[in-house]
Design a protein around this ligand. Structure first.
Ligand code: AMP
Ligand code: ZN
Length: 115
């Protein structure tokens, strides 16, 4: 499935739900988290519906590489100069709430709300 009509982040990709976009290309979308844990908190997602890291195989290696490498670029563009965190939550015990793969990238001066 490339698009799940019931998926929140697929709706953001489709423009059916608004987001504060910071980056977009043919494979990836990045936008500000609606409830940031840190002064700068973006989510980087594949445009294609992949539910979680449990569904990732070697076929997604290039896609995940692109998503991971986008983090430092966005942090720099958004003025983060003193370090940042990449986080991916997977499944119920991993604390995943939205079932469309997303990479949290957080930075900015501490203290943070969480993370
Ligand atoms: P997770 O717990 O890893 O699944 O994280 C889901 C994240 O999505 C949370 O940090 C939410 O604040 C964020 N989120 C939920 N709805 C939206 C939305 N409409 N726009 C931006 N971020 C959202
Ligand atoms: Zn989706």
């Amino acid at each position: 499935m490339t698009h799940d009509p019931n998926c929140l982040f697929c709706k953001i990709v489709a423009g059916q739900i608004p987001s504060k976009k910071v980056y977009e290309d043919e494979d990836i979308l990045a936008f500000h988290d609606i409830h940031p844990w840190a002064p700068v908190h973006v989510l980087i997602i594949p445009k294609r519906h992949i539910a979680s890291m449990s569904d990732v195989t070697e076929a997604e290696a290039v896609l995940l590489g692109k998503m991971t490498a986008l983090g430092p670029r966005l942090m720099k563009e958004l003025g983060v100069t003193n370090g940042f965190r990449h986080v991916i939550n997977t499944g119920p015990d991993g604390g995943q709430e939205v079932l469309h793969l997303h990479l949290h990238v957080m930075g900015g001066p501490r203290p943070w709300l969480k993370g």
